[in-house]
Design a protein around this ligand. Structure first.
Ligand code: PEP
Length: 254
C-alpha cells in the first residue's frame, strides 16, 4: 500500500502573527509544487492561527493548518484552553496531540490524550498523535512497553483510525540535534505498525501513516523518510525558516 508522505511544522511557542505572515508569504508560493507529493502542514501558536488561516485559504488551501493541542472539553470554565469548535471556525484541519512537551511539562496523561483524540476525531480534525520514549526507557529495555501502552491507552475506545496519524518522536531526539539512526527509526516504526495491526488488523496497519520526529533536517530527511515504515516527519527547529523547511521537504520527496 502506498501512503502519501505527511510533513508537519511544529512551531511551538515561536512566531507571532507578523513572523507567521513573513514565513508563509515565502513558503506557500514555493509549496505549490510540493503538495501533490506530500501533505504539508503548519502548526503555529494559537494567536497566529487566524493570520495563517487567511493566508493559506488565499494562496494555497492544499496546505494543512494545525493547532498544537486542543481541549478535551467542549466549552466553559477552562481558562486558557481552546475548543475544537473554535479551531474549526478558523479552518484548522489538524491538531498535534500528546506532544512530549505537553506530556512532560504539562503532565498530560494517556487518558487525557485519549479524550483529546476522541474530541478531535468527533470534530473531523485529523490528530497527529505523538508517542515516544525517553532515553532512560530505551536504554532500560522498556521501548516496546512504553510505546505499546501509549498507543493502546491513547486509542482506547477509538474504533476507526483511518483519520489518525501517528507521530513517533523519541524524546531524546527532540530539539537535541541527535537523530535516531534510520535503522533505529525504521525498526521502531515497524514495531508501532505491528501494535496497530494487533489492535485494528492488517489493512488499518498498512494504511496508517506514521511520522518520525526528532531533529529531522534537510541533511537527513531523505534517508529517514525513505524507510519503508516512515511516512513523513514532524519537524521543530528545521521548520522555523521557510528555506530550511522547503529544503527538508524537497529532499524527502525527491
Ligand atoms: C518536535 O518538536 O516535535 C520536534 C521534532 O522538534 P525538532 O525537530 O526540533 O527535534
Amino acid at each position: 500500500m502506498s501512503r502519501k508522505l505527511i510533513i508537519a511544522a511544529n512551531w511551538k511557542m515561536n512566531k507571532g502573527p507578523a513572523e507567521t505572515e513573513a514565513f508563509l508569504e515565502k513558503f506557500l508560493a514555493a509549496a505549490a509544487d510540493l503538495t501533490d507529493q506530500a501533505d504539508l502542514i503548519i502548526a503555529p501558536n494559537n494567536l497566529s492561527i487566524p493570520t495563517a488561516s487567511a493566508l493559506i485559504n488565499d494562496v494555497n488551501p492544499s496546505v494543512g493548518l494545525a493547532a498544537q493541542t486542543v481541549s478535551e472539553n467542549d466549552n466553559g470554565a477552562f481558562t486558557g484552553e481552546t475548543s475544537t469548535d473554535m479551531l474549526k471556525e478558523l479552518f484548522v484541519n489538524y491538531v498535534i496531540i500528546g506532544h512530549s512537551e505537553r506530556r512532560s511539562i504539562y503532565g498530560e496523561t494517556n487518558a487525557q490524550i485519549n479524550a483529546k483524540l476522541k474530541k478531535a476525531l468527533a470534530a473531523d480534525i485529523t490528530p497527529l498523535f505523538c508517542i515516544g520514549e525517553t532515553l532512560a526507557e530505551r536504554e532500560g529495555g522498556q521501548l516496546e512497553t512504553v510505546l505499546g501502552s501509549q498507543i493502546k491507552e491513547g486509542l482506547e475506545g477509538i474504533s476507526d483510525i483511518s483519520n489518525v496519524v501517528i507521530a513517533y518522536e523519541p524524546v531524546w531526539a527532540i530539539g537535541t540535534g541527535v537523530t535516531a539512526t534510520a535503522e533505529q527509526a525504521q525498526d521502531t516504526h515497524k514495531f508501532c505498525r505491528s501494535v496497530i495491526e494487533d489492535l485494528y488488523g492488517a489493512d488499518a496497519a498498512a494504511a496508517v501513516r506514521i511520522q518520525y520526529g526528532g531533529s529531522v533536517k534537510g541533511a537527513n530527511s531523505a534517508e529517514l523518510l525513505g524507510q519503508p515504515d516512515i511516512d513523513g516527519a514532524l519537524v521543530g527547529g528545521a521548520a522555523l525558516e521557510a528555506d530550511s523547511f522547503l529544503e527538508l521537504i524537497r529532499n524527502a520527496v525527491a
